[in-house]
Design a protein around this ligand. Structure first.
Ligand SMILES: [Zn+2]
Length: 551
């Protein structure tokens, strides 16, 4: 495994200052204590796509299922944050089990996430190929396999990036949902779909939801939110009940219904059984990323009756899922961890609770680029050499040099124009971020954690708090806390039940899991072990590289 450093000395020193963080790979390696009583055989890692930590507090009294179980019996960090700027799905999923910021994982945006034309989907699925070829460095499954080569991982999600990135580059098993309503993988992982996935697809569970109705789980009175809010759903289908199409379009529409999470969990459980994960002396990993909360959050927003019902339904589904796993495996050998890849910012049109939010608007950055691009075209620089997406400006300097155009002056022109757009809070030169106040200024710090030095992004743009991109949905992707504040929860024998209010980062999750499993990260991490989550280690036999072979 190639160790990804890729950080300048300055960047490492900056990182060291952040929130008292240590460059801690070495520290952890010295202090990683074996925790083999009781031995953990199965790690179940759940990412809820777009889950705000505040949901757990807001709905706590109604969480009687899996979320409630983790909340009441687990180690729960109430002030956990993603500490990078582009709070999108792919960067978030690259962080969760690597313990490293996107600056180090190399996954800086959804658009530069997992899409890979050289890794085609396996039939019958159709759609863009996907692999972790952009992911740099290692993740938890690599550390597990370094300690015990027989450890295995299965990762399932509705989204390709949700399934792929928690496993890093590991050639384990990852499956995601694709057209026409089937789960698949890509040639990066396999040449043929295993029988158990083919069997699952043949049952056509997604199609069975055609014409089904999503109505409220609890009586109306359990939901304080108004239902009829025309901003939701871009003015279409914004009241309960929501009815799925009865034709084949159900296969796509299902993504915005709670039932999609059930289908995903059903496949995960079948995979656990088919692969006998957690049934041997080796520690296996089952990663599940549940995407429906993201789809519903975008469509109806974080203050909606729909998101409330989705979280309740997710809670019940996870409760059944945990019970099913405990029926199949000895519960003293299973640990759970749960987090989210990002949160979400409310619709700027609604629910302004502060004066700052009340001023929030949607910002269209499109007109910013038009005059610059047409000017460049006249001077022989193609539009592809100067692109702006996800609030990052990407510049192909070779194309500028070939046309004899000074890239720096065009970048400066862009920065000056961007600063004049209403709703833009700041425009930062990436090269200067490390010299900024990364201790007290979260925006500077989160951008400093975002970009590997070889990614050609000279300038980044930050909107004012609460402002979002033009469009009709609730959005995420900003460096602000509504997008960054997520749950971090651990549950199982190695963990101490409790609610911890110290501010921690999602990069701390993977090193904490590793410590609980008695394995050592194989490279320098950005995260630190959350010691308060762990019960005192009892002495046990230390893991060795010569673990018994899997029968
Ligand atoms: Zn999203």
């Amino acid at each position: 495994m190639r160790i990804q450093l890729g950080l300048t000395r300055t960047a490492v020193m900056t990182a060291t200052l952040v929130a008292g963080m240590l460059p801690c790979g070495r520290v952890q390696a010295q202090t990683a204590a074996p925790r083999s009583e009781p031995p953990t055989r199965l790690v179940v890692f759940i990412t809820v796509d777009q889950m705000r930590e505040s949901y757990l507090e807001r709905y706590a009294g109604q969480l009687t299922g899996g979320l409630g179980r983790l909340l009441r019996g687990g180690a729960c960090f109430r002030n956990a944050y993603h500490d990078h700027a582009v709070t999108e799905t792919a960067p978030g999923h690259s962080v969760v089990l690597s313990g490293r910021f996107p600056r180090s994982t190399g996954i800086v945006a959804n658009g530069a996430g997992v899409l890979d034309p050289q890794a085609a989907l396996l039939p019958p699925a159709r759609g863009p190929g996907a692999s972790p070829f952009r992911f740099r460095g290692s993740a938890l499954i690599d550390w597990l396999r370094n300690a015990d080569p027989a450890s295995r991982a299965l990762s399932i999600s509705r989204k390709d990036r949700g399934a792929i990135l928690p496993l890093g580059r590991a050639h384990q098993q990852a499956y995601w949902y694709a057209s026409p309503g089937v789960f698949t993988t890509s040639t990066y992982y396999a040449d043929t779909l295993p029988t158990w996935v083919q069997r699952f697809n043949a049952r056509a569970e997604p199609r069975s939801y055609a014409g089904k109705t999503w109505s409220l789980l609890l009586p109306d009175s359990a939901y304080p939110e108004p239902d009829s809010v025309p901003v939701e759903g871009a003015g279409r289908d914004f009241t309960f009940p929501h009815v799925l199409p009865s034709d084949s379009t159900v296969l796509g529409a299902l993504a915005e219904y709670p039932f999609m999470d059930q289908v995903t969990l059903d496949l995960a459980l079948e995979g656990l059984i088919a692969l006998a994960l957690g049934a041997s002396p080796h520690t296996d990993l089952l990663a599940v990323s549940l995407s429906t909360t993201d789809a519903i959050g975008h469509r109806y927003g974080p203050e909606s009756r729909e998101i409330h019902d989705q979280v309740l339904r997710l809670d019940r589904m996870l409760g059944t899922f945990i019970d099913s796993i405990y029926r199949l495996r000895d519960s003293t050998t299973v640990v759970f961890a749960l987090t989210a890849d990002h949160g979400v910012t409310p619709f700027p049109e609604l629910h302004a609770r502060t004066a700052e939010e009340a001023r929030a608007r949607r910002v269209d950055m499109g007109p910013l680029m038009t005059p610059i691009i047409s000017g460049l075209a006249r001077r022989g620089v193609p539009a592809s050499a100067f692109t702006f997406s996800d609030f990052m400006l990407t510049v192909n300097r070779a194309a500028f040099a070939a046309a004899g155009v000074n890239a720096d002056s065009v970048v400066a022109d862009f920065a000056a124009r961007a600063r004049t757009i209403p709703g833009v809070a700041r425009v930062d030169y990436v090269a200067r971020l490390a010299r900024g106040d990364t201790v007290h200024d979260a925006v500077t710090r989160r951008w400093a954690h975002m970009l590997p030095p070889d990614v050609p992004v000279p300038v980044v743009v930050t909107l004012k708090p609460g402002y979002v991109s033009a469009g009709t949905s609730a959005d995420h992707g900003s460096p602000y806390d509504p997008d960054a504040h997520v749950p971090v929860m651990f549950y199982g024998p190695p963990f101490r039940a409790g609610k911890f209010t110290r501010t921690v980062r999602v990069v701390d999750l993977a090193p904490t899991l590793a410590r609980a499993l008695g394995v050592r990260p194989i490279e320098r991490l950005d995260g630190r072990v959350l010691e308060e989550a762990l019960r005192p280690a009892r002495p046990g036999p230390e893991r060795t590289l010569a673990a018994p072979a899997r029968p």
